[in-house]
Ligand binder design. Structure first.
Ligand code: HEC
Length: 169
């Protein structure tokens, strides 16, 4: 496969990615809270101290589990009370004294949601499919153009190779 075609494929996929939904929290704010770029209002520790999101640069601690699929595991209903209270022995002591504000919980939830959407499923799957369709279309067109160009070069060559007397159709 020629390189430019791959570039087109990647580009068409990137363009097809939907802008993250903003309902409730802002995933960008959630991300900066998670990684500690923005501090929690009540002074709670940044999640990155103990958690990583696989697939995102910046690493993260390994004391707690990877949270990339947590939203998918818990669902919208399940994750809300977790973020509000963190009912885990290792987290409760930290965040009971320094709870997250409702806004911070919403931002983190939005961030965990788009992180969990990394897998091609549901809506995202459709957009990827569209990207793939675009890629196939472009490849097909390139192929047709290329073939035509080839045969234009090839026909006289074939004629010459056939030599005199053998007819050139
Ligand atoms: C001091 C380390 C530490 C910090 C800081 C921390 N966590 Fe945790 N977290 C843990 C550990 C350890 C667990 C595993 C549950 C347990 O306590 O047994 C966990 C579990 C979780 C779970 C449940 C995951 C699952 O798969 O069940 C979620 C969600 C979570 N943390 C979110 C967060 C968020 C959001 C933050 C930042 C506001 C954060 N944590 C900060 C240590 C931490």
């Amino acid at each position: 496969m020629r390189k430019p075609l791959w570039a087109i494929f990647v580009l068409s996929c990137l363009c097809a990615l939907p802008a993250p939904a903003q309902a409730g929290g802002d995933p960008e704010v959630g991300k900066s809270l998670f990684f500690g770029t923005t501090r929690f209002r009540n002074g709670g520790a940044a999640c990155v101290a103990c958690h990583a999101i696989s697939g995102l640069p910046g690493g993260g601690g390994t004391l707690g589990p990877d949270l990339s699929q947590t939203y998918a595991d818990y669902g919208e209903e399940g994750i809300t009370p977790v973020l509000a209270g963190f009912p885990f022995p290792s987290m409760k002591p930290i965040y009971d004294a320094r709870p997250l504000t409702p806004e911070e919980q919403a931002h983190l939830k939005a961030f965990l949601r788009i992180s969990a959407e990394g897998e091609p499923s549901g809506e995202k799957g459709w957009f990827l499919l569209l990207g793939l369709g675009g890629f196939l279309l472009v490849t097909g067109l390139a192929h047709i153009v290329w073939r035509k160009r080839l045969s234009e070069v090839r026909r006289p060559l074939l004629r010459r190779a056939a030599g005199p007397g053998r007819g050139d159709g």
